[in-house]
Design a protein around this ligand. Structure first.
Ligand SMILES: [Mg+2]
Length: 327
C-alpha cells in the first residue's frame, strides 16, 4: 500500500466520524475551510508525541489515538476554548492495518465525544511520531491566559495529580501496585480526560489557567512567571488519588504530584471578588476543583508548605523525580 496521504487519512480517519455543520471543506482538498461564529476568536494549539521520547513503543494504538487528541484539547481547555477542529500529521514506520484501525478508533472516539472534527492531515514514512493541531473557539476577548493572576487570588486544581507518574514508575518496576491500582493509573496515563467543560465555564471567572502537563511545580511556575507574582501552596490540600496514597509514602506521593506531569488537570486562579460566582458554578459541576493555595506578591517565588512547615522538592535523581516522563 502506498503512503498516499489522502488514501490513509480518508480510509482510516474520516469515515464514520461525526460531521460539524461549520466545516465547509474537510479532508480531501489542498486545505480545509471552516466558518467561524461571529465575534469569536480562534485558539490554536499543537502537540507532538514521539515514540520512545513521550511514550513507550508498546503503548496500545487506541490509547495513542486518544492521547494525542486529549493533550491538545487539554491546552484548549486551559485557554477556555471550545474544541472545534483538528488536523493530524502522523509519521509511521510502516502501514500496519491493525495499528491504524485501532489508532483511528481512539482518535475518533475522543473527537466524537467532544464534538470536534478531523479536517485535514498528512502521513509520511519514518520513526513513529504523532502531531495534532487543534482549533478551538472563544467569544472575542475571553480566552484565559497564564498572565492574569494577581496577589490574593486563590489557586485551584481540577482533580488529583500523580497517577500518570505512578503508572510510569510501575511500568518501570520502581514501585509495586495492586492489579486494581495498576489498571486505574494506567488508564489515567493512557486515556487522560481533558477538562474541556470546566475550562469553558471558567471564562470570565478565572484570572489565569494552565493544564498540568509537566507537573504542578513547573506549570504553576509558568503562571507566576507570566503573571509577575508568587504563589504559596498548602501541600496537604493537593488532591492525591487512592492508588497514590495507598501505594507510596506521602513524601513520594507529593513528589509525583508536583513533578511527574502528564495528568492534564487544570490549575487556575480565582480572584476573591469572583469566588462566590465560582462556588455557585462548581456546586452544579461534576468536577469539584480544590483550593490549594494563594497567589502572593513575591515575584517568582513558589512556596510549598506541608503542615505549616516549608517543604522542598527532593533533588533531581532522588526518589521518583528521574522516572518522570522524558521530555
Ligand atoms: Mg499546556
Amino acid at each position: 500500500m502506498a503512503f498516499g496521504e489522502f488514501d490513509l487519512i480518508d480510509t482510516y480517519f474520516t469515515q464514520r466520524s461525526k460531521q460539524r455543520p461549520d466545516v465547509v471543506i474537510g479532508v480531501g482538498d489542498d486545505g480545509a475551510v471552516v466558518s467561524l461564529p461571529e465575534r469569536s476568536e480562534l485558539v490554536i494549539v499543537t502537540d507532538t508525541m514521539v515514540a520512545d521520547v513521550h511514550f513507550d513503543s508498546d503503548t496500545p494504538a487506541r490509547a495513542l489515538g486518544h492521547k494525542i487528541v486529549a493533550v491538545n484539547l487539554s491546552d484548549l481547555a486551559a485557554m477556555g476554548a471550545e474544541p472545534a477542529w483538528i488536523s493530524l500529521a502522523v509519521t509511521l514506520p510502516e502501514v500496519d492495518h491493525e495499528w491504524l484501525t485501532d489508532f483511528a478508533a481512539g482518535l475518533r472516539e475522543i473527537c466524537d465525544y467532544y464534538g470536534c472534527q478531523l479536517i485535514g492531515g498528512d502521513t509520511t514514512q519514518g520513526p513513529l511520531s504523532l502531531t495534532v493541531t487543534a482549533h478551538g473557539v472563544v467569544p472575542a476577548g475571553s480566552a484565559i491566559k497564564r498572565a492574569g493572576a494577581r496577589p490574593g487570588d486563590w489557586i485551584y486544581l481540577s482533580g488529583p495529580l500523580g497517577d500518570a507518574g505512578l503508572a510510569l514508575a510501575a511500568r518501570q518496576q520502581k514501585v509495586k501496585l495492586t492489579n486494581e491500582h495498576y489498571k486505574r493509573v494506567t488508564d489515567r496515563l493512557y486515556f487522560p480526560s481533558p477538562r474541556v467543560a470546566l475550562g469553558q465555564s471558567l471564562r470570565g471567572i478565572a484570572s489565569s489557567a494552565i493544564d498540568i502537563s509537566d507537573g504542578l511545580a513547573a506549570d504553576l511556575g509558568h503562571i507566576i512567571k507570566a503573571s509577575g507574582v508568587g504563589a504559596r501552596v498548602t501541600l496537604e490540600a493537593v488532591p492525591l488519588s487512592l492508588p497514590l496514597t495507598e501505594s507510596v509514602s506521602q513524601e513520594r506521593a507529593l513528589e509525583l504530584a508536583l513533578v511527574s506531569g502528564d495528568d492534564y488537570e487544570l490549575c487556575f486562579t480565582v480572584p476573591e471578588a469572583r469566588r462566590g460566582v465560582f462556588d455557585t458554578l462548581i456546586a452544579h459541576s461534576p468536577t469539584k476543583p480544590i483550593c490549594i493555595g494563594r497567589i502572593t506578591s513575591e515575584t517568582g517565588k513558589l512556596k510549598l508548605e506541608l503542615e505549616g512547615e516549608p517543604w522542598e522538592l527532593p533533588e533531581a535523581g532522588n526518589g521518583f523525580q528521574h522516572f518522570s516522563q522524558r521530555k
